[in-house]
Design a protein around this ligand. Structure first.
Ligand code: GLA
Length: 397
């Protein structure tokens, strides 16, 4: 698999966990087409844990739960494919999945072959109950190699939660994306914690293997498996903007059969998706005014490079293929952010000072255009937990 842009799709876990079946999958496949998600680029429909029986069959293969999937998985995969979607499934590098169902340790090649026969295009591969006697990289290499030899192009979505220093070895395993975080919950605190924890991993992020910040909670509104207390629309917008700008795969986790207007507006924002899916796949970088500290830290190999970074109002930029710059300002504080927090100077974006250029900043959420001449972009207040996300065009004065 050659993954040039972060994979987009939908996964059962955040809302449904064990409550999955053929009907849900088929209805969700229909919804992906009817709501325009597929048209916007969300291609993968992924069944997470608890799809199978507690015991393998006599032939050693994993067995789909016949109550949930009475026609088996090939049938489901064929339906998903008939809608123009790609089909994903889930296993784990240990003896059992995180929910205690059979997993692929010592069955890697048989399971890869089985998934290929069923028509699977994407495998999420978890890390629970793994043997302590085998190195973590070896566990992922085993499945990476089995998939590469299974005769089908299957995207390898590694899910070791960033543990065991995964960032250093995960690309060796053939992974196409890697979970760089623990599990998300549908609260502002969880979004904030995950986002802040990721700022220092950007040098590992990019084409071929993207940092996966976990599935989206946009539109869950407190319902479902990881529901908890839910978030405001503004918080969901900040969440989506961050995941998009930080090149994370965007795997939707709400019930897509019943999305409200706010949820659709966020998930289907084409300009935000374009930033995430930019063909150049550049690493995001930090454009806060005290950026020099980052560069100081970069002189040494001691991590984390972003140790001194202002985590409360990060300003994050990413170069785009056509010469534009995506620029996000995120207010993690519980109080408004002001000009003091939010001044962006042209040299922080990589432009010479006094270069006689104008940044023309189009707010991708509101359409508002802000122009900044020559030097400094100063934003007015940003509400607590809110953000601004721009596409910046550089034009002559
Ligand atoms: C782990 C993963 C989750 C989900 C569950 C399933 O916690 O990180 O994303 O797949 O297992 O049991």
């Amino acid at each position: 698999m050659h993954v040039n842009t972060p994979p987009l799709g939908w996964n059962t876990w955040n809302t449904f966990a064990a409550n999955i079946n053929e009907q849900l999958i088929m209805e969700s496949a229909d919804a992906m087409v009817e709501t325009g998600l597929l048209g916007a680029g969300y291609t993968y429909l992924v069944i997470d844990d608890i799809w199978h029986l507690k015991e393998r069959g006599k032939d050693g293969r994993m067995v789909p739960d016949p109550e949930k999937f009475p026609h088996g998985m090939k049938y489901v995969a064929d339906y998903v494919h008939s809608k123009g979607l790609k089909f994903g499934m889930y296993s784990c590098a240990g003896y059992m999945t995180c929910a205690g169902y059979p997993a692929s340790y010592d069955y890697e090649w048989l399971d890869a072959q089985t998934f290929a026969e069923w028509g699977v295009d994407f495998l999420k591969y978890d890390f629970c109950f793994h043997p302590m006697t085998v190195r973590p990289d070896t566990l992922y290499k085993r499945m990476g190699l089995a998939l590469a030899n299974c005769g089908r192009d299957i995207l390898f979505s590694a899910c070791s939660w960033g543990s065991e220093n995964s960032k250093m070895w995960i690309k060796e395993t053939g992974a196409d994306m890697w979970r760089s975080t623990g599990d998300i919950f549908d609260t502002w605190e969880s979004i904030k914690e995950l986002a802040q924890s990721q700022l220092k991993y950007q040098e590992y992020n990019g084409k071929g293997c993207f940092n996966d910040m976990d599935m989206l909670v946009v539109g869950m509104n407190g319902k479902g498996n990881v529901g908890l207390k839910g978030c405001t629309k503004e918080e969901y917008r900040t969440h989506f903007s961050l995941w998009a700008l930080l090149n994370s795969p965007l795997m939707i986790g709400c019930d897509i059969r019943n999305m409200d207007a706010d949820t659709k507006e966020i998930l289907l924002n084409r300009e935000v998706l374009k930033i995430n899916q930019d063909p150049k796949g550049c690493q995001p970088f930090f454009a806060n005014n005290n950026m020099w500290r980052v560069n100081e830290n970069r002189k040494s190999d001691v991590e984390p490079h972003f140790m001194n970074y202002p985590l409360e109002v990060p300003i994050i930029a990413k170069y785009l293929d056509n010469g534009d710059i995506a620029l996000g300002v995120f207010n993690f504080m519980d109080t408004p952010a002001n000009r003091w927090h939010m001044t962006v100077t042209c040299d922080n974006l990589g432009l010479p000072r006094n270069c006689s250029k104008t940044f023309e900043c189009v707010d991708v959420w509101t359409g508002e255009v802000i122009k900044a001449f020559n030097d400094t972009l100063s934003l007015d207040e940003i509400a607590p937990h809110a953000c601004r996300l721009f596409r910046v065009r550089i034009v002559d004065k």
